[in-house]
Design a protein around this ligand. Sequence first.
Ligand SMILES: [Zn+2]
Length: 173
Amino acid sequence: MQRRTLLQRLALLAPALLIGRYVSAAANTEAAAETIQALDKAHEAWRSQVSADAYAVLFEENTERSGSSPLNDEHRDGTFVCAACYLPLFDSASKFNSGTGWPSFTQPIAGHVGFSRDFKLILPRTEYHCARCGGHQGHRFDDGPAPRNERWCNNGLALNFIPKTAALPALRS
Ligand SMILES: [Zn+2]
């Protein structure tokens, strides 16, 4: 009787162990999103490393004129990296034509952007920036294509495009 109870307990325990394993596998996948170490560098120090127009967008939160970026017409396979520190921010696979005149994406590279709330237009928008150098990139909206329904509206001046045929540049500090 005692023995049977023990077996029954083990039988009950087995699925729980399997679930435990499944949950920890899921947690590992989540942890796979890289944690980016933020640079300890004054924004002003980037002034000599990027163009004046790019600086205004990246570190003074300027917005470029709609339709002005050559990246609107960039359709090659590759990676969009931060124009200041070169951290990869978007894969070309997530780029889509939003019709807004700004380079638009359905999602960033996981863990490579940070967020803040922006009340400049009274209605709050979700501002996002490079997780490494803090350079402002654009705003995230929830009217993008399914399934994520996200539209990451980016300033082209804040990005450099690296075609798949070229090596990614080393990160800048
Ligand atoms: Zn950056």
